[in-house]
Design a protein around this ligand. Structure first.
Ligand SMILES: Nc1ncnc2c1ncn2[C@@H]1O[C@H](COP(=O)(O)OP(=O)(O)O)[C@@H](O)[C@H]1O
Ligand SMILES: O=C(O)C1=C[C@@H](OP(=O)(O)O)[C@@H](O)[C@H](O)C1
Ligand SMILES: [Mg+2]
Length: 172
């Protein structure tokens, strides 16, 4: 089975995904890490040198490779992956797969992303906590349309990653 983690930046897809894969003894793929390895560049540098559109094309191509692979695996998507092109339709069309939305509140996302925005080119220009929060509010409003079509939703606020893993396994 393939398990896709969806959700906004900072919702914990990478942290939870890795632990979930260990727990299930599944292969683990972080889509962003794959892109960085294949390109030999950080996500920031890809955005800066080639632009977001180029990044979105890579993201979609690597998703194709994952969809063609038949191993059991947990895949941490990027926050934008389900929201571009037909990526989410292709994920939904995959046999023996489940998508899981890690749902975090705006205050939780703002708190986490304010510490880590330098690694995320989509938000790195937002200087204050207030502008970041306002951006997240609008952006999440658009993107939640996609995330909420996932098979399973798990609320992640104030929960340890290990507890979230247990909840996912229970819901699966
Ligand atoms: N359940 C959690 N509780 C506390 N901190 C978390 C939790 N999940 C993720 N984090 C922290 O939030 C930040 C973003 O997590 P990450 O897994 O990179 O999110 P994503 O891949 O969805 O962008 C990291 O610093 C991570 O350690
Ligand atoms: O939401 C987005 O558009 C993005 C999310 C990032 O992944 P995380 O959600 O793991 O931070 C990464 O793919 C890139 O910076 C763009
Ligand atoms: Mg991530």
């Amino acid at each position: 089975m393939k398990i896709f983690l969806t959700g906004y930046m900072g919702s914990g897809k990478s942290v939870v995904g890795e632990k979930l894969a260990k727990n299930l003894n599944y292969k683990y793929v972080d889509l962003d890490d794959q892109i960085e390895v294949i390109q030999g560049k950080s996500i920031n540098d890809i955005f800066e040198d080639r632009g977001e559109l180029y990044f979105r094309k890579l993201e979609s191509q690597i998703l194709d490779d994952i969809l063609e692979n038949n191993s059991d695996m947990v895949i941490s998507l990027g926050g934008g992956t389900p929201c571009y092109g037909d990526n989410f339709d292709r994920i939904c069309a995959q046999k023996d797969a489940k998508s899981i939305y890690l749902k975090a509140s705006i205050p939780t996302l703002t708190e986490r992303l304010f510490q880590e925005k330098v690694h995320r080119p989509v938000i790195s220009h937002l200087d204050s906590r207030e502008t970041l929060e306002e951006f997240i509010r609008k952006h999440l409003f658009e993107r939640a349309y996609y995330y909420s079509q996932s098979d399973i939703t798990v609320n992640v606020d104030e929960k340890e990653p290990e507890f979230i893993v247990d909840q996912i396994i229970e819901k699966l």
